[in-house]
Design a protein around this ligand. Sequence first.
Ligand code: C2O
Ligand code: CU
Ligand code: CU
Length: 521
Amino acid sequence: MATGKSGLLNAIAQAHPAPAMPPALDVGTLAQFVDPLPIPEIAQRQGTRPSPADPKLSIPFYRVQAQPTVSKVHRDLPPTRFWSFGPSTPGPTFETRAGEPLLVEWANALPNEHFLPVDHTIHGAEADKPAVRTVVHLHGARTGPESDGYPEDWVVPGKSSLYYYPNQQDPAMLWYHDHTLGINRLNVYAGLLGSFFIRDGVEDALNLPKGKYELPLILYDRLLTRDAQLLYPVSPDPQSPWVPELSGNAILVNGKLFPYLEVEPRKYRFRVLNASNARFYHLSLANKNDAQFHQIGTDQGLLPAPVPLTSLEIAPGERADLSVDFSEHRGAQLVLKNDAFVVMQFRVSPGKVTDTSSLPPALRPVPRIQESQAVQTRLLTLNEYVNKAGNPAMMLLNASHWNMPVTEKPVLESTEIWTLINPTNDSHPIHLHLVRFQILDRQPYEPWLFQTRRQLHFLGPPQPPDPNEAGWKDTVRADSRMVTRIIVPFTGYTGRYVWHCHILEHEDNEMMRPYEVVAAV
Ligand code: C2O
Ligand code: CU
Ligand code: CU
């Protein structure tokens, strides 16, 4: 990633001595697999309320508050201070059905001071703004703009927002997280996130593993101090504390470090979410060799057919629906690894069990959208800028700041191709609110010719999406020095939404833009 200008960093550090950072925990000294994997509790409704769409209808009402909490991430560490939705982090899991709307009151019950370092030079987080603000976005949801968690729709402690989720969309794992302008990276890092499932009868009929055999695996890394507190690093330059990417020393699964899970020798369904600020994972499941598993769904729901894998790449914001069969591993202990690093352990019981669940060869059709259906193609660049010292200073989409006029105005019910042009050395996971899309292809190109003459000169043939990306997506890896094309039907609602890089440090430092779905004239 775009770091490692250490000579220059040292020079800056000498010019402006940085506040001493507390020493980091040596995670290697901790015992592994001493804590069972926690499973977030299911969100409970607080009754019903009239539907905003039809006041004669009563729909489930939930109230979830952002609040301070403490949690032990490991048996041998003292409790860590977090902010969470409800008493624990990750927050409660919503279990919902497609076509059954619900209301959620998202309340801010946080203190008035932030416990992580706010950078007032970041747009939206200026010193005249309240330090603590929250707004909640349900990532992957098709909602009206007033319930989407627009980054400027934040509320201060003591206030709340009532959001309406129509749930008119295919089953998928969505996730909710803070989206506050300028401090999104800090609020999510503090723990403000949780998962949200939509299900339907079509999916039920597939007889996939369910109940205690279907579990969320929410992954995020955190940088822990020796006394197990969250450390959010600052740059050596006190004038601009922002860092371009958070890289933690501890990978947590559902909030625990090195947890274990006791499983039966049968099929399980794991709903994997990468909720990290910036870390990409390359996951594998190691017994003696890498075990095979299947990916059955992606961000926006089931794939057409299971895809066999021995490793999974998952970028920030992405979800992967996995079917793992432990029946071949009776009595064994498998570890989930990220590259060479151990993340968690599965302990498979030795006795035979009967497994009546299925891994159907066909899951849910995903009709490919034809390019000829697109009425508009937009060339959009991803940009990184460095300061005089050569350190990353700002990230933009299409060389435009957040507060510049809206330039992307797709017409409701039209289909567009967005061509993401990435001249940088980083892969950026690009997410669009409101919509789901398909990946057309990625193609290597020559950045300099495009920068100087706006000519797209390709250096190789277009590469189709990986088989496990060939479903409905809402976040796509726009890889370094590649042109990534997605095809997007803009359906649902008119109004103001956002698109952005899901590396939260990038998003907060302007790699986010509004877009507006407009009515056909
Ligand atoms: Cu998961 Cu706009 O974000
Ligand atoms: Cu989103
Ligand atoms: Cu980025």
